[in-house]
Design a protein around this ligand. Structure first.
Ligand code: AMP
Ligand code: MG
Length: 353
């Protein structure tokens, strides 16, 4: 991989007007969300509902039931704000994959129904690519390395030859799932990541110069890939040994985030790219943001992250990518609109390049 083989700047071509509002529907896992972008690509405020299991992880069918029940209320809430009129809508985009099958099917069905009812094009989009494009749009990034840290996904991605290529990724669970699972064992409900962050900050308040002595965890970087189940088990062992929860939360963040940032830095070094873009729900975390800032600064690069409402799964990011596909590519035929649970980041052609 050499820097020269990467596709050049594409930002210059993105300011076309799609001529109206594009609605985006997100339903890959725990979130059902309607969002939108205007004709020039400015993302609006999404209306979202989240599955919060009383115990255990997310059950795909129960989450799908939740999404079906939430859909019409959320759309009504969005339209009730009267930020745009339904007659201004020029296309409906939806997360076609990757994700949990039953959840994806709800979003796809709602999208097909709306597209037929409004007689506007349907656009199936890749959820992971949507995280990248909403970040590029909001942060005015051109050609970044993306550190995508969400519940189910952890990937380090960069553009090469017309696709977003996965340069490194988790070999087992996503970093957000790891934080959520750890939190659940401590009686903290989903999503656990924000609470782990709060507890880690409390530890820092009590220990301004904290030490990792007695709090070491495995550092699972394997080449350009990552793994989080070993860190999770080791953190649970520390709790069993009586280490304070706040201390373990702090150590868990330090180890897991440093591993991600190390791989992202190597991706930047190999690719010659000078922008880092954070995306996914875990990008809401102030410590991973700080680590990315420090890493980027130390190599004369820049680090970017969109506002929190656009880091977590949301409909507006789906609309953002839907708009680009509408402008530069083809709408999705109903016959091609089946969901793709295993859709990979690098299967989507960057036609808006
Ligand atoms: P997503 O799948 O992209 O919607 O992101 C959801 C994931 O982000 C869940 O695993 C959350 O626990 C995690 N998350 C959200 N906020 C934070 C935070 N402040 N720190 C760490 N993880 C977070
Ligand atoms: Mg996501």
């Amino acid at each position: 991989m050499v820097a020269g083989s990467f596709t050049p700047s594409c930002k210059a071509n993105l300011s076309r007007d799609a001529g109206g509002i594009i609605i985006g529907i997100e339903s890959t896992a725990h979130t059902f969300s309607f969002g939108w972008v205007d004709g020039l690509g400015a993302p609006g405020q999404s209306k979202s509902a989240f599955v919060r299991p009383v115990e255990g992880g997310i059950h795909p069918r129960e989450a799908a039931d939740h999404h079906s029940q939430a859909a019409s209320r959320l759309l009504s809430d969005l339209l009730a704000e009267e930020v745009f009129d339904i007659s201004d809508v020029v296309a409906i985009s939806f997360s076609q994959g990757p994700g949990l099958g039953p959840c994806l099917r709800v979003g796809a069905s709602v999208a097909r129904a709306l597209s037929i009812k409004l007689d506007v094009p349907l656009i199936g989009v890749n959820h992971c690519v949507a995280h990248i494009e909403v970040g590029r749009e909001r942060c005015n990034c051109d050609d970044p390395v993306l550190l995508y840290v969400s519940g189910g996904n952890t990937q380090i991605i960069a553009r090469l030859d017309g696709r977003y290529r996965v340069l490194g990724e988790t070999l087992d669970i996503g970093i957000g799932n790891m934080l959520d699972k750890f939190a659940r064992t401590q009686g903290i409900p989903f999503p656990g990541g924000p609470r782990v962050e709060e507890l880690a900050l409390k530890w820092l308040e009590k220990n301004p110069k904290p030490s990792l002595d007695g709090l070491e965890l495995p550092y699972a970087v394997q080449g350009m890939d990552l793994a989080f189940s070993g860190i999770l088990n080791a953190a649970l062992n520390l709790i069993e040994k009586g280490k304070p929860l706040e201390a373990v939360c702090w150590s868990l963040q330090e180890h897991a985030f440093a591993a991600c940032v190390e791989v992202a830095e190597r991706a930047m070094a190999h690719s010659g790219k000078t922008e880092l873009l954070l995306g996914g729900g875990v990008a809401c975390n102030s410590r991973i943001r700080e680590m990315c800032d420090l890493m980027a600064e130390s190599r004369g690069a820049t680090s970017h992250v969109p506002e929190k409402s656009l880091c977590i799964d949301n409909g507006s990011m789906i609309a953002t990518l839907g708009r680009l596909q509408l402008l530069w590519g083809e709408p999705t035929k109903i016959t091609d609109s089946a969901i793709r649970q295993d859709l990979r980041t690098d299967e989507t052609d960057i036609v808006w390049n």
